[in-house]
Design a protein around this ligand. Structure first.
Ligand code: LMR
Length: 343
């Protein structure tokens, strides 16, 4: 062996011993983001979580690995927020109705019945001052809000037809953990029952509750239409999400990585909002096709009757949500109307 070969071999052996010889081994362990959520993979949230994973992994050349856990596989509603605060998971996208137990009731603005007359108003509220202000409330809880995702308007379902307000009388209706939703169901004469999303199907099946409210994408992907004979397309309320991260984790990321992830989240958010309506339209078509549920489109005259019964909930929550926030949302709706963008 000549002297060059000797040194080459020595270099290789030492390098191997140090774990440096193979190109891949130069890379440090990837940064793992566990992204837990409670809905099915084939929903707007489920698909956008996967899309974010793809963008984040590609654009960081594998320095970041995103593990998506759908369908409450890791945690149910309430536990997932605790897990995020403890750092057991790094990213979630809970519905805006689930921040109350964390002590941040102002998010329940989004639950007020009929608060958003159209999507344009909703997006301006989310993306403007109101949305930003709500995110600042999360920081003292060790949480950063990254984006707002959409799942469209909610509709009522039960095993009896729900056409008039009187039809709700005495019904046990599952709700998310929101005081506004509780007040909404009470205003209709129903008995609200808070329950984790993962338990709703079997609760409906066993008659523990009689009905619920959902965007159709959730109703269909959890097979709730199999155990709900009637669905009323009421659009009485809204369901969206806040994509949130553990603050210590996010702040601790190398700046270049965080910048890439911020951009990936921006792109995933655009994608999410683009598919939300179509996913819900497709789900409605699938529910109709399944034929297990009678679908009733609430006529405008009846919507106005529901609206009259539900509007006092806005006033009732002025203190808890903030009168200024509610007024600010009305103002956005009026601007949209004036500009003729109220599609
Ligand atoms: C629900 O609990 O009904 C929803 O928040 C589920 C979800 O995440 O869409």
């Amino acid at each position: 062996m000549n002297v060059h070969h000797f040194f080459a071999k020595l270099f290789l052996v030492t390098g191997l011993a140090l774990g440096l010889a193979l190109p891949g081994a130069w890379a440090a362990d990837p940064i793992v983001i566990k992204f837990s959520h409670v809905v099915a993979p084939n929903t707007p949230k489920g698909k956008a979580a996967e899309y974010f994973k793809k963008l984040a992994e590609e654009r960081t050349n594998g320095r970041v690995k995103v593990e998506v856990y759908p369908n409450s596989q890791l945690y149910k509603d309430r536990e997932e927020i605790e897990a995020l605060q403890l750092g057991a998971v790094q990213m979630l996208a809970p519905s805006l109705s689930k921040f109350g137990p964390l002590g941040v009731r102002a998010f329940e603005l989004f639950d007020l019945p009929y608060i958003f007359p159209n999507k344009e108003t909703l997006y301006r509220v989310m993306d403007g001052e109101i949305g930003k202000r709500l995110f600042t409330l999360l920081e003292p809880k060790g949480i950063i809000g990254l984006a707002y995702w959409d799942n469209g308007f909610k509709h009522m379902s039960a095993n009896r037809p729900l056409r008039n307000v009187e039809d709700f009388k005495g019904l046990k209706m599952r709700i998310q953990s929101s005081k506004v939703l509780e007040a909404q169901m009470k205003a209709l004469g129903a008995n609200p029952q808070v329950m984790a999303f993962s338990e709703v199907y079997s609760a409906l099946q066993q008659g523990v509750v009689d009905g619920t409210e959902n965007p159709i994408s959730n109703l269909y992907t959890q097979k709730m239409h199999e155990v709900q004979k009637h669905l009323t397309l009421s659009q009485h309320g809204y369901l969206g999400y806040a994509v949130i991260v553990n603050k210590a984790f996010w702040d601790g990321l190398p700046t270049d990585i965080r910048n890439v992830l911020d951009k990936a989240m921006e792109d995933a958010t655009r994608y999410e909002r683009e598919i939300a309506q179509k996913e819900n339209d497709d789900a409605l078509a699938a529910v109709r096709k399944a034929g297990t549920t009678e679908v009733f489109v609430l006529p405008l005259a009846d919507r106005i009757k529901w609206w009259k019964v539900l509007l006092p909930v806005h006033k009732e929550f002025e203190d808890k949500i903030g009168r200024d926030l509610i007024q600010a949302a009305y103002k956005v709706a009026a601007e949209v109307e004036k500009e003729g963008k109220a599609k």
